[in-house]
Design a binder for this molecule. Sequence first.
Ligand SMILES: [Fe+2]
Length: 158
Amino acid sequence: MSVAKLINELRHFFKINGPTTHIDKFSSILQRWLKENQDLPFLERLQTQAQFDMSHYVRNVIYKEEELFEIVIIGWLPNQHTSFHGHPCGGCLFTVLQGHLLETRETGEKQLLDISTDVQYIEDSLGKHKVECLSREKTISFHIYSPPFLSSVSSSNS
Ligand SMILES: [Fe+2]
């Protein structure tokens, strides 16, 4: 399944269900898509859409459907990190495509994330979290926000 097929499936899903509802089904769409696309050429094509900056991690919005969802690829260099932040716009489903991230939740729970890790989900009812790049090399993560993250807060939070 290509990115276009994932977008079509998500668009169909959110138009029927509205944003950030039925998280289990929303997760299963992304999980199935990732399972079907484990080949290296596919991952490499996706990874080329990541952007990097020496001063800060970079969010690259690759698709946005107003009021429903957006797909973002984040490029991280070693030691780049977010502060603890919430997700006031809605939920965020995310996974790692390359490298390693450490996610820390307000509860103190920590999880090391890499390409073998299952999809993660965060929304404000689960508390705030922070994310940091632990790799010595570039790390790339893939995020679906529903509804889209507001651009006014996207430069400092993810
Ligand atoms: Fe986040």
